[in-house]
Design a protein around this ligand. Structure first.
Ligand code: MTE
Length: 458
């Protein structure tokens, strides 16, 4: 079969190849969660994309693909696959405590019980969420590019130059937008990683204040512009991971946005964005761009896949046939949530003096403080108020960027089987919704319903 590209006109449909197979995927493209990504491969081999997006390498996906087969390539036209493993050759070593949902790209979370051991999550135990291979950065050659489209100013800063600027430290929790998706999936299947409650961590981040850099370049805050962050990790078409935040958040000295080169006093490690990442306190993890290569100040939001066609939430009744990603805003501030980290679901516990101890975290995006965590073991008929292990002071009102860890003692009887619920409340008196059923969404994001854990007392 000759050049497939020319067959990809609207009249003849969308063709791709995989191995020697040629497939007409026209009818499937609108149903694919990342249809814009599929179109990048239109008219050519999908193999290099699937080497990066390895979630496709399952029997189910291959079976589905076969239903679209329309022929085979001539042997000479098949793209060799021997070099395709290269993007993964230099992945860093990870601590075995991290339970991997996928190896390539690496996505992993620690056991929930580890989270409540310390207010600051140790770097090696901090969840990792990568969409692409981890880039290798030569620090001698590294430069951060800043382009201000609003005034046509540009600047390049070496790592040395960045480190000479005033250093600021912010303690902030980062949470993946898909944290707790696994619980939401129990309601109805979702395409996405089945995260438990540990796609979250709290750390002390040090680096340069973004507002200082932008002010230096003559940027003034406005209510409509955006700041794009582009990573050095790229897909097979050399498109970087990217996301954006409102300029007003970046320019607000009380927004505490920093370009961090240290995490808990250590240089950032490779998985968490070495040498530089954006820390956008209170905002969904996906905007905290790692391996930062370029910043753009623009009138428009980032057009990246992750800003436009992912990390958005919809009504529980919206499905892949009806979804219109343009109709929902990109998630920025995260909603209030809490999770029971210990005991774990299904545990059989020994009571001490008639009590069991329950521990967890609570966090609210946008800088809201956690004021209370309520627990119930009788389906909400009565509630026990947990002790907050530390009162998170933050850096001021509306600047409570860290989680609150909490502990509660619950009276129990021997042999009793209970379901423990947790529900947090923030200083706007926002509380978690009761069920995942009512907040289910097709991307499985912002899953913040009550945390529920079933245990038996021995
Ligand atoms: N930045 C780049 N360049 N590439 C990525 O894949 N993942 C984002 C964000 N920044 C990502 C990125 C997502 S979805 C999350 S939740 C956080 O990084 C995770 O940060 P961590 O891996 O340091 O925990």
């Amino acid at each position: 079969m000759d050049d497939v590209t020319k067959h990809n006109s609207p009249q003849t449909g969308i063709w791709i190849t995989y191995g020697i197979g040629v497939y007409d995927i026209t009818s499937f493209v609108p149903k694919h969660p990342g249809s814009d990504k599929v179109m990048l491969a239109a008219g050519s081999a999908i193999d290099p994309f699937w080497h990066i997006y390895q979630q496709h390498n399952t029997k189910e996906v291959l079976k589905l693909l076969e239903t679209f087969r329309i022929g085979n390539l001539k042997e000479d036209d098949v793209i060799g696959t021997k070099d395709l493993d290269n993007p993964w050759a230099t992945e860093p070593k990870r601590h075995p405590i991290l339970k991997a949902a996928t190896q390539r790209p690496f996505n992993a979370e620690p056991p929930a019980s580890v989270l409540v051991d310390s207010f600051l999550t140790p770097n090696e135990f901090f969840y990792v969420r990568n969409h692409l291979p981890v880039p290798e950065v030569n620090i001698e050659e590294y430069e951060l590019e800043i382009d201000v489209e609003l005034n046509d100013k540009s600047k390049r800063l070496s790592f040395e130059e960045l480190k000479k600027l005033p250093k600021h430290t912010v303690t902030a929790t980062i949470m993946c937008g898909g944290n707790r998706r696994g619980e939401m999936m129990e309601i109805k299947p979702i395409k996405g990683l089945p995260w438990g409650p540990s796609a979250v961590g709290n750390a002390e981040w040090s680096g340069v204040r973004l507002v200082d850099l932008l002010k230096e370049m003559g940027v003034e805050s406005d209510e409509t512009s955006h700041v794009h962050f582009e990573g050095l990790d790229t897909d097979p078409t050399h498109t970087p991971y990217a996301a954006s935040i409102p300029l007003s958040k970046a320019m607000d000295p009380r927004g505490d946005v920093i370009l961090a080169y240290e995490m808990n006093g250590q240089p950032l490690n490779r998985d968490h964005g070495y040498p530089l990442r954006a820390i956008v306190p209170g905002v969904v993890g996906s905007r905290n761009v790692k391996w930062l290569g370029r910043i753009v100040v623009s009138k428009d939001e980032s057009d990246s896949h992750w800003q436009q066609n992912d990390y958005k939430s919809f009504s529980p009744s919206t499905d892949w046939d009806t979804v219109d990603f343009k109709r929902a805003p990109a998630i920025q501030n995260m909603p209030i949530t809490s999770a029971i980290c210990t005991p774990a679901n299904g545990d059989r516990l020994e009571a001490k003096d008639g009590y069991i101890t329950v521990k967890g975290y609570a966090w609210s995006g946008g800088g809201q403080a956690i004021i209370r965590v309520d627990l119930s073991v009788d389906g909400g008929n009565s509630w026990i108020v947990a002790d907050l292990d530390q009162v998170e002071q933050g850096t001021g009102r509306g600047r409570h960027w860290s989680w609150s860890l909490w502990t509660a003692k619950i009276p129990v009887k021997r042999g009793q089987k209970i379901e423990i619920w947790s529900k947090a409340v923030d200083d706007n008196y926002n509380a978690q919704p009761e069920t995942f059923k009512n907040i289910w969404n097709l991307r499985g994001v912002v899953g913040n319903a009550y945390s529920r854990v079933k245990v038996e007392v021995k």
